[in-house]
Ligand binder design. Sequence first.
Ligand SMILES: NC(=O)c1ccc[n+]([C@@H]2O[C@H](COP(=O)([O-])OP(=O)(O)OC[C@H]3O[C@@H](n4cnc5c(N)ncnc54)[C@H](OP(=O)(O)O)[C@@H]3O)[C@@H](O)[C@H]2O)c1
Length: 230
Amino acid sequence: MTDTKSAIAVIGGTGNQGSGLAMRWARAGHDIIIGSRDASRATQVATEIIAMAPAGSKWGNVRGADNFSAATECQIAVLAVPYSNQIDTITPIAGALKGKLLIDVTAPLVPPKVGTVQLPEGGSAVVAVQKMLGEEVTVVAAFQNIAAQHLADLDHKIDCDVLVCSNKKSAREIVIDLAKDAGMTGWHAGPLANAAAAEAMTSVLISINRAHKIPGSGIRITGTPAESKG
Ligand SMILES: NC(=O)c1ccc[n+]([C@@H]2O[C@H](COP(=O)([O-])OP(=O)(O)OC[C@H]3O[C@@H](n4cnc5c(N)ncnc54)[C@H](OP(=O)(O)O)[C@@H]3O)[C@@H](O)[C@H]2O)c1
């Protein structure tokens, strides 16, 4: 497990992507705060995650809170809400995120054509978030290409790598460690602006899923030194 002993708040942690990450990090021993617009819904999801821990296992603490309290009480926050609500969700909690690291998993899908790349004006959804929050919040983009059903199945090996983009290398390293704790390999994928590629890739993968009837296709980085020896 990474030595990041800090509480991780998952804003929108009642949803598919957020709850999947939360349960995997809880299993790795991280303390988790599930965030929601409705604290009771967050508590319900936290209770469900706690119930998944086998007796005697050393899962982290999991609790629920409203999004603002979750953002206030964490050291690392994860934004896991639909793209259409990304900015509206972040605006009221921006002050609570100052000095912290925010991992944004948003893929800017625009229904109904979610299989078509439709990047926002400015090129990237997460770059817009960093611009809005300012430099006092370190934003990292990751996990846009991991299908939620893979996260939810804890016995399942996730066959998809994680592109980790941020303007700070130290922040990317923290998220690469968190990807490992959740059972995935993360890669330094460059500055935050490069997240446009991962955001676009989500629509490409959705199109592949539909055409080839794959429940959740993924990507792999090849050409590593270990592979070239083979
Ligand atoms: N699902 C995937 O396979 C997947 C894969 C890669 C990336 N992503 C990205 O991860 C993010 C979350 O996806 P998801 O599938 O987990 O979404 P989701 O289940 O539809 O929603 C996540 C949470 O967002 C909150 N939410 C929903 N509507 C909202 C609104 N109108 N205003 C504010 N909050 C609202 C809800 O929390 P409360 O009602 O409890 O507040 C909900 O539980 C998206 O940006 C998506 O692109 C998802």
